[in-house]
Design a protein around this ligand. Structure first.
Ligand SMILES: NC(=O)c1ccc[n+]([C@@H]2O[C@H](COP(=O)([O-])OP(=O)(O)OC[C@H]3O[C@@H](n4cnc5c(N)ncnc54)[C@H](O)[C@@H]3O)[C@@H](O)[C@H]2O)c1
Length: 258
């Protein structure tokens, strides 16, 4: 049975990687999607691939008016809004000591402020309309522990976890659920270094489940949290990382662990 028949979801950063796979699967499961991104070529191509149940729109999550416009588009074109996935990100891979204020702001603006603005825009509509809603925000295992040479990213992703808990608590009595997914390393355009087979194999070797993550693995968790199967889940986070973030002791010299 389709879980999302007639339901409508906005997916920011939806033109690529995890967001794109979530869009494909949400529609395959009966729903309709608004794909919001700033990569127009990729967004248009994805919407064309998915068909009539997907609309691409240029939507910069750093702009409050653009966030409100994505909500208005969902309502005008599809008549309703049921879910939101915040997947947009920019990286700033530099040691904090060398990171410029501008590069810091770019990461925080898209990853944290953008998640705030988009969630607020959707929540305002749900509250006004007295409708239930479900939000899934993309954090990272890098939001649970420091990530060397990606300090703006890990700080942003830690903020996303707290922001989601905060929204979830504020909106619980409105039946608007807000949860976080924390992926581990997942093969997408963001992690282009995994195209090197040696890097991918080395990463698979240190992952307890023996492989790196795929966008489908993360989309499965996102779809669960969007669905009615998660109707009693809010202000919570789901780690999807093949066991990586709990495997510290596997890496202690002198221990046999495989
Ligand atoms: N891939 C991984 O290994 C991994 C691991 C942990 C967490 N995550 C998180 O999952 C999410 C998706 O990652 P991905 O690997 O699919 O990345 P991706 O780079 O494939 O996709 C990110 C998308 O965000 C879009 N974007 C950038 N700035 C934007 C803006 N201002 N407004 C709207 N869209 C914007 C980009 O154009 C791109 O299409 C991110 O939040 C990322 O931090 C990914």
């Amino acid at each position: 049975m389709a879980h999302f028949t007639d339901r409508v979801c906005i997916i920011t950063g939806g033109a690529s990687g995890i967001g794109a796979e979530t869009a494909r699967r949400f529609v395959a499961d009966g729903g309709r999607v608004i794909i919001g991104d700033i990569d127009d070529d990729q967004g248009e191509a994805l919407a064309a691939e998915i068909g009539d149940s997907a609309i691409y729109t240029h939507g910069d999550v750093c702009n409050p008016a653009a966030c409100a416009a994505m909500v208005a588009l969902a309502v005008s074109r599809f008549g309703r809004l049921d879910g939101l996935v915040n997947s947009a990100i920019r990286m700033g891979p530099t040691a904090l000591v060398d990171l410029s204020p501008d590069d810091w702001r770019k990461v925080v603006d898209v990853g944290l402020t953008g998640t705030f603005l988009m969630t607020q825009a959707a929540g305002r509509w749900w509250i006004e309309q007295s409708k239930p809603g479900a939000v899934v925000n993309l954090s990272s295992t890098g939001g649970l522990q420091p990530y060397n040479l990606a300090g703006a990213y890990s700080t942003t992703k830690a903020g996303v976890i707290m922001l989601s808990k905060q929204f979830g608590l504020e909106w619980a009595r409105n039946n608007i659920r807000v949860n976080t997914v924390c992926p581990g390393h997942t093969e997408t355009p963001l992690t282009a270094y995994m195209r090197d087979p040696a890097v991918k194999q080395a990463r698979a070797d240190v992952t307890p489940l023996g492989r790196v993550g795929q966008p489908e693995d993360i989309a499965d968790g996102i779809l669960y949290l969007l669905s009615d199967a998660a109707s009693y889940v809010t202000s919570s986070e789901l780690v999807i990382d093949g066991g990586m973030s709990t495997s510290l002791f596997n890496h202690m010299p002198g221990r046999k662990w495989d």
